[in-house]
Structures are given as C-alpha cells and as structure tokens.
Design a protein around this ligand. Structure first.
Ligand SMILES: Cc1cc2nc3c(=O)[nH]c(=O)nc-3n(C[C@H](O)[C@H](O)[C@H](O)COP(=O)(O)O)c2cc1C
Length: 181
C-alpha cells in the first residue's frame, strides 16, 4: 500500500462504494503494515457500510481538496465531480486504490487489488487544512449527538482555519458550519 501513499496508522481517504448510486464518504483506513496489501476500516452504520454489505468493493481516493472533503462528509458527490467512473476517481485525486471489502463485525477487511497514481504535487503542511479535517470528524458526530464538547472542539478548529487556512479551506469551513447549524 505504501506505493499509493499509505503508511502505518490511520490513513484518511475518500471512500467510494456503489449501491443504487455512487456513494462518497471520508473514511480512515487502518494499516498495520504499509508493505502488505491488507488493511481494515471501522465502519459505523452508513451508506458505505450498507453498500459493502451488499457486495460493493471499496475504492479509496487520495485527495487534498477541502471542498471535496467537506461535501463528502455530509452528502455524496454526483458524477460530475469525477474524472473517471471506472475506476472511480474524483477530479483532483492524487491516487486511487481498489480494495476487495468484506465485513467482519464493526470492521471491513480490505485487500488491495490494484491502484494508480494520477498526479503528484508539492505541498507544505497547512494547519488550516488539518484543522478542517479535525473539525469534519467532530462535525459528523456533532450532527448526530449535538454534544456541547464537540461543538467547543469545532470552534477551536475554526480559529486555526481562520488563521492558517487558504481561501478554499475557509470556504469549506463555511459549508461545514451551514451543515451543522
Ligand atoms: C476525516 C474523517 C474520517 C472518517 N472516518 C470514518 C471511519 O473510519 N468510519 C466511519 O464509519 N465513518 C468515518 N467518518 C464519518 C463518515 O464519513 C460520515 O459518517 C459519512 O456521512 C458517511 O457517509 P455515507 O452514509 O454516505 O457512507 C469520517 C469522517 C471524517 C470527516
């Protein structure tokens, strides 16, 4: 998996599965050994989980587009967002991987079948982008629980986004705030 940018630990990617229609959601792929082709993902009840249960494979897109991250956290991208549907590749993705996926309790066991690198880019680390991703994790939970502690974490992330984020990160954060209001 290391060929496609995965390392030991939890790798955040956009997961694409197929059901009645194409489904997109941020998911963390858990890797114990980056040199193997096996991994897993903890899947809470969702369309992603349901599609895998019904037999879909899972495609991972490695991507840094803040708007894509934000939209997919709450809803799905329509086909216009894709530069390819077979394999499914969201516009701007750096790499894609196709995994065979089998549910085992709360996890999906994943086996890498194939993948490709579309483009490479030079990036500095941007705390605003990182804070947006943190806030999205909290926001997807906050939307369900309305837990005050999560709200406070989102507000902390907002300050970092405002200080460090680029224009699109700030735009994405506004979408996030609209989704959870
Ligand atoms: C960075 C990030 C990582 C996430 N990782 C997971 C995960 O590993 N497992 C999971 O079930 N949900 C995860 N989520 C939440 C799902 O993306 C979210 O519940 C989404 O709405 C599910 O969409 P779906 O119903 O279209 O599958 C994550 C969200 C974010 C923002």
């Amino acid at each position: 998996m290391s060929n496609f940018g995965f390392t030991d630990g939890i790798n955040e990617i956009i997961a694409i599965t197929f059901g009645e229609r194409i489904n997109t959601a941020p998911i963390g792929i858990i890797v114990d050994d980056e040199n193997s082709k096996f991994a897993k993902a903890r899947l809470y009840p969702s369309h992603t989980r349901r599609n895998i249960e019904a037999g879909s494979k899972l495609w991972a897109n490695v991507i840094y587009d803040p708007i894509v991250w934000t939209i997919t956290a709450f809803e799905d991208l329509d086909e216009g967002w894709f530069e390819s549907l077979d394999p499914p590749i969201i516009r701007g993705s750096l790499a894609w991987c196709e995994f065979d996926a089998k549910l085992e309790g709360e996890f999906a066991r994943l086996e890498l079948l194939r993948g490709g690198i579309i483009r490479s880019e030079v990036r500095t680390v941007n705390r605003g982008f990182n804070a947006l991703i943190e806030a999205l994790v909290h926001a997807t939970r906050y939307k369900i629980s309305r837990d005050e502690a999560l709200w406070r974490k989102i507000v902390e992330c907002k300050a970092i986004v405002e200080k460090c984020g680029d224009r699109r990160v700030k735009e994405a954060f506004e979408i996030l705030m609209k989704e959870i209001r």
